[in-house]
Design a protein around this ligand. Structure first.
Ligand code: SD4
Length: 291
């Protein structure tokens, strides 16, 4: 069942995965596909963890993190970017139009305007209301699974077997001002090696960064592990650290290898993967470390 083309994504994002799949079917590249899929999530104001409508930091700023990698090993990312909805597209422009990999904050925003992106207020009424309610107690606790859709991470393989990936997020709700997560950090939130496969992460970014999770998964696949085994090992690295507080946070990984085999695993139940190999995407819940 190693069908090509193929799209997988974190959480339940059928429309986004189908959009990416249609992009591949139209003969476009894997990197076009993941960009198109992620853009749909960024524009959806009902999704409170990505793009416009994302929940703000504790001071009320919506700050976006995103990264993208193509099948030639090129990558681009933006961190702590405000006022521009399509962070994934700006990340792609960083990859394609600058000599750099990563742009941050005001610099990323300025670059986006130079590239023709428009300035938008990303804090919606719904997100502002949630923030106002949070401020009553101002208690920061990682939320384990937010409504089954969350940071979107997407991997695509085109009809030639070439792989690309992207991820986009507003990061953890009510994070400290200035906080950057794993999603824009190449190797942590996302890694693609077109010879081997690709992986993408969701959940508490600090724990993903400490273990360089996505790069780890790709390297484990290079050593012969299946995508499933590699995702399980990357979760195990987190939970077996001395003193790991893993009962109180979620991390989930998805991966694919060059054969089109896929895998996914998480610490807690409630993590889902979307897979699309035909017109309609399917979702399935991940096996979890905590049974
Ligand atoms: C972060 N990994 O900023 C992101 C958040 C996330 O599901 O994935 N939530 O840490």
């Amino acid at each position: 069942n190693h069908t090509k083309p193929l799209v997988i994504a974190t959480w339940n994002v059928n429309l986004e995965a189908e959009k990416a799949f249609q992009t591949l079917q139209a003969g476009k590249s894997a990197v076009d596909a993941v960009e198109e899929g992620c853009k749909l999530a960024e524009a959806n104001i009902d999704n409170i963890t990505v793009g416009k409508g994302g929940l703000p930091d504790r001071d009320g700023h919506v700050t976006l993190d995103s990264s993208i990698m193509d099948s030639h090993g090129n990558c681009g990312s933006v961190v702590y970017m405000q006022n521009v909805t399509h962070a994934v597209s700006v990340a792609r422009m960083v990859m394609e139009k600058t000599p750099h990999v990563m742009l941050a904050g005001k610099g990323a925003e300025q670059f986006a305007y130079e590239m023709g992106f428009k300035k938008e207020d990303l804090l919606t009424e719904k997100a502002k209301k949630a923030w106002d309610e949070w401020k009553v107690k101002s208690q920061y606790e990682p939320i384990i699974n937010i409504e089954n859709h969350d940071t979107i991470g997407m991997l695509a393989m085109d009809a030639n077997g070439d792989i690309a990936g992207a991820c986009t997020t507003s990061g953890l709700a009510y994070k400290m001002n200035g906080r950057v997560g794993d999603s824009p950090i190449i190797g942590s939130g996302l890694f693609v090696d077109n010879e081997i496969g690709a992986a993408v992460a969701t959940g508490l970014g600090e724990e993903v960064m400490k273990t360089v999770g996505s790069f780890l998964i790709v390297e484990l696949m290079r050593q012969g592990k299946t995508p499933q085994e590699a995702c399980e090992e990357a979760v195990r690295r987190i939970v077996t650290k001395p003193g790991s507080n893993y009962k109180n946070f979620q991390v989930g990984y998805i991966a694919m290898n060059k054969k089109g085999e896929t895998g996914y695993y998480s610490i807690h139940k409630g993590f889902w993967m979307t897979k699309c190999t035909s017109e309609k995407a399917n979702n399935s819940e991940s096996e979890a470390f905590i049974k």
